[in-house]
Design a protein around this ligand. Structure first.
Ligand code: ADP
Ligand code: MG
Length: 851
């Protein structure tokens, strides 16, 4: 049964048990085998399938079987990584806040949306996501955005008695509504079941990776084809030429790369979540790393959002109120207390937020500013009774005021510049008083009243414009909202990291400037823009980019959008915060839309890429840090993984150039064993490298994953060193075994030499793994303990090496034998050789950078 008190909590619990949680049914998951199949039929895999088929046709069944094994191992591995990444993403989604205000046991409380049951009475306000299918019981100026159901983007007006569907957004007004259907029985669930096949467009990172895949695969095929033809011309048997070109292709394809990228993004996202930054899609991790400009709002992000009304100004003078938090006791001083009482009561009537006692602590329920006004009224009058308005004209960021109709009176509160113009007469000193209070960093609210004449019914239908005119100004309230204590340091850290910060606020310019000054965001000469007269793009960009920090005050959501777009035309990667119903477009347009987890609306969260679980500005900066670290990790293991391509390709090139007279040092199967055997674990471990201390000490760089630095390091320095030691070891063992040029070496000798060459490459890569940990300092300057995973991975790599050499069947299959003592000794030199080359490279680069 529905009552105005709402359900009792026992009844709700009972219903919840019967109906199950209010959640959309999990989409029917794609069966595991289908996903696994997908991993074995993508582009790389198809190339390998072709190679395997050709191997069988060319009567090389061992090679064919081996390639198939590679495809399967690789596919299973990729599948496991994808699953892990998806689980991580799902866990993150579970952290997203989803509280709903609901009447239970006669009071309003917050419950998680999944706990709603049929007949619950929920309170909805602009910005909320409708948590289930509901029927509106009472409605005030309600408009609902149903585009996710109907595709129609204009909001639909709703009155009492109308239905609203779960999953749509309340964009205006407020209402009380009774739940009619939850979870799988909602209309959205029906539609979601129909559209679950829809795919979202690829993100920039996905495109970049796809390009790397195409380029490397194309290169591999091209080079293989050239070598195939060349070796035929040189006079090889076509079977040998074929074997040779498959080797080249397989050597160049970076198997196992893509899933490793996905997994390291997921791990980055998880690290962000432990620091209260929640990304809503994995690719945002990478974009965060390249952010160059943060546009942040003030209230709650830079400040504590713990409001305290400290001053009331009326025509009788100033009253100052000194009280702690939202408690009703305070020290009241000054002139005109009677009028101040009037101001406080009027402002409270036009407010919905309240101060409430919870477990012996006074805290804000709803908007902290309105809770502070409630506390102010209690402090001045000792009374907590509030008259229930007949009608509300809720706050919106363009009008910047809010009114409530009680009996014949309309009470209005809002930003002075929007309230004073609708007042009948404003005493001169008042405007000066606004500036004066704002200059002290106070948020100033003007409070006014209008006595309505005539038929009250007529007023119930009037628009905001009709009602909010000819007001009588009662006074001003000044509220304090202290900056967060550590925000100054964070701004300094952002600057050091080359990230510019602008405060974009709806507040008064003087208030905003005062706060900005306190946190060191703006220095002399101060620069404060106003939304209403933003200059032309060129001039605005000059202001935003030439100074350390800028304040843009009194902005509307459209102006936010304009700022983001303008910055992007200059190549900036913009993170923009937003909390309101109308911030959606700006959040979507920005490269990183940032919404608040605690305050702010569901609409904003839905449009955002990053949700700050603690609403703290510092969380954006630490998310940037994690994003950079993750990008660096991807870069690290790409460097690592590509290096041995050179060592894999070189034997073929030498073999071909010598017209087959110099024996082949590494066979195709050995190459595969390197790429998906010994290389994988260290690559994974490099993807887990914790952020370096200096990640934020550098300016941001937007670069391709395959940049010049990587290409030089891989193909001109470390790769050739690995290849040189490999070939040196190989020929030394051959020569030591009595091989003379022009002859065919004995099979046993060739296999031992090949085993030694293989060992040299693995040990070279082992050293390379440590070298790749940093792009600037040699590995011995890094702590061992910071990446334990790498130590384990390297031990795993050595185990795989041992198995490949000493398990007779496997060794024979790969075409190698345990190296002779001389071979082993020489192969051990590969590690110091790589470390030496890396050290010289880094030292030279450091010297060049300094010059
Ligand atoms: P901020 O950027 O500091 O979050 P907002 O956009 O939330 O600023 O608010 C802009 C201005 O609108 C405030 O300075 C205040 O004057 C007014 N305002 C904000 N909230 C309310 C409210 N609940 N009722 C009346 N006026 C409000
Ligand atoms: Mg705000």
């Amino acid at each position: 049964m529905r009552t105005v008190e709402g359900l009792s909590s026992e009844r709700a619990a009972q219903l919840l048990k019967q109906a199950g949680p209010n959640q959309l049914p999990v989409e029917k998951p794609v069966p595991q085998w289908r996903k696994l199949w997908g991993e074995m039929t993508h582009f790389f895999a198809l190339m390998l399938w072709c190679a395997a088929a050709l191997a069988f046709i060319a009567d090389m069944p061992q090679l064919g079987v081996a390639i198939v094994v590679v495809i399967i191992v690789n596919g299973v591995f990729a599948h496991i990584q994808q699953e892990r990444a998806q689980h991580a993403a799902a866990r993150l989604r579970g952290l997203l806040p989803a509280d709903v205000a609901v009447r239970r046991d006669g009071t309003v409380r917050k419950v998680h949306a999944s706990e709603l049951v049929v007949d619950d009475l929920v309170l909805l306000a602009a910005g909320d996501r409708v948590p289930a299918d509901v029927v509106l019981v009472s409605a005030s100026a309600c408009a609902v955005d149903e585009s996710m159901l109907t595709g129609e983007s204009d909001p639909v007006t709703k009155n009492a008695g109308d239905l609203a569907w779960g999953g749509t957004f309340f964009v205006n007004g407020y209402a009380e509504a009774a739940v009619t259907a939850t979870g799988a029985r909602t209309r959205l669930a029906g539609i979601a079941a129909l559209t679950s096949g829809a795919v979202s467009p690829p993100t920039p990172l996905a495109l970049e990776l796809r390009r790397i895949v195409r380029v490397t695969a194309g290169m591999a095929l091209g080079i293989a084809a050239v070598f195939f033809l060349a070796s035929l011309l040189v006079g090889f048997q076509w079977r040998d030429s074929f074997l040779f070109s498959i080797g080249v292709a397989v050597a160049l394809v970076p198997e196992g790369l893509l899933p490793t990228v996905t997994l390291s993004l997921a791990m980055g996202a998880q690290r962000m979540a432990t620091r209260n930054g929640l990304v809503r899609n994995l690719e945002a991790v990478e974009t965060l790393g390249s952010t160059t400009f943060i546009c942040t709002d003030k209230t709650g992000t830079l400040t504590q959002n713990r409001m305290n009304a400290v001053e009331v100004f009326t025509s009788d003078g100033t009253v100052s109120i000194t009280g702690e938090g939202y408690a009703p006791t305070a020290d009241v001083r000054g002139n005109g207390v009677e009028r101040a009482v009037q101001v406080a009561l009027a402002a409270r009537t036009a407010s919905q937020g309240r101060a409430e006692l919870h477990k012996g602590q006074w805290r804000a329920q709803g908007d902290p500013m309105e809770a502070a006004i409630d506390a102010l009224a209690r402090r001045l009058t000792g009374s907590e009774s509030v008259s229930v308005p007949l009608r509300r004209l809720p706050f919106d960021p363009v009008r910047r005021r809010e009114s409530a109709l009680v009996g014949p009176d309309l009470f209005c509160k809002g930003a002075p510049e929007t309230v004073l113009p609708v007042c009948e007469s404003v005493p001169g000193p008042l405007k000066e008083q606004v500036e004066e209070m704002a200059a002290h960093g106070l948020r100033v609210i003007a409070v006014a009243r209008r006595r309505l004449r005539g038929n009250p019914e007529a007023w119930l239908a009037g628009t905001a414009a009709e009602l909010e005119t000819g007001l009588e100004l009662l006074g001003l309230i000044g509220l304090q909202d202290p900056p967060r204590p550590d925000v100054g340091n964070v701004i300094r850290a952002a600057r050091k990291a080359g990230v510019k910060v602008a405060m974009i606020t709806g507040d008064h310019p003087a208030t905003a400037a005062a706060i900005a000054r306190q946190i060191g965001l703006i220095g002399a000469p101060e620069y404060v823009l106003e939304g209403a007269d933003l200059p032309e793009d060129e001039q605005m960009l000059g202001a935003l980019l030439d100074r350390d920090g800028v304040v843009v005050s009194r902005v509307s959501p459209e102006q936010k959008l304009r700022v983001a777009k303008a910055l992007q035309t200059r190549g900036h990667v913009v993170a923009m915060t937003g909390d309101g119903v109308n911030d959606g477009p700006a959040l979507r347009e920005a490269d990183i839309g940032v919404a608040m987890g605690r305050s702010g609306t569901d609409v904003a969260r839905e449009a955002a890429d990053l949700v700050l679980l603690d609403d703290h500005f510092g969380t954006i900066v630490s998310a940037i840090e994690q994003g950079r670290a993750t990008y660096a990790n991807i870069h690290r293991f790409l460097t690592y993984h590509l290096t041995d391509n050179v060592a894999e390709l070189t034997p073929f090139v030498i073999w071909a150039l010598s017209g087959g007279r110099f024996p082949l040092a590494l066979g195709v199967l050995q190459i595969l064993a390197l790429d998906i055997g010994t290389d994988l674990l260290p690559a994974l471990a490099l993807g887990a490298e914790p952020p370096g201390r200096r990640v934020l000490a550098r300016p941001p760089e937007r670069r391709h994953l395959m940049d010049r630095q990587l290409i030089i390091r891989v193909f001109c320095i470390l790769g050739p060193v690995e290849a040189a030691t490999e070939m040196a070891v190989f020929s030394a063992v051959l020569a030591g075994g009595g091989w003379a040029r022009g002859q065919l070496p004995a099979a046993g000798l060739l296999m031992a030499a090949s085993g030694a060459a293989f060992t040299a490459v693995v040990l070279g890569q082992l050293a390379n793994a440590f070298a790749c940990r940093s792009a600037t300092v040699p590995p011995w300057k890094l702590g061992w303990g910071t990446n334990r995973l790498l130590v384990w991975a390297v031990l795993g790599e050595l185990a795989v090496l041992t198995v490949c050499l000493y398990v007779p069947y496997l060794a024979t299959l790969l075409g190698q034998a345990p190296p002779t003592p001389l071979g082993l000794l020489l192969a051990l030199l590969a590690a110091p050789a790589v470390l030496l080359a890396d050290w010289i490279h880094k030292a030279v680069r450091a010297r060049l950078r300094r010059a």
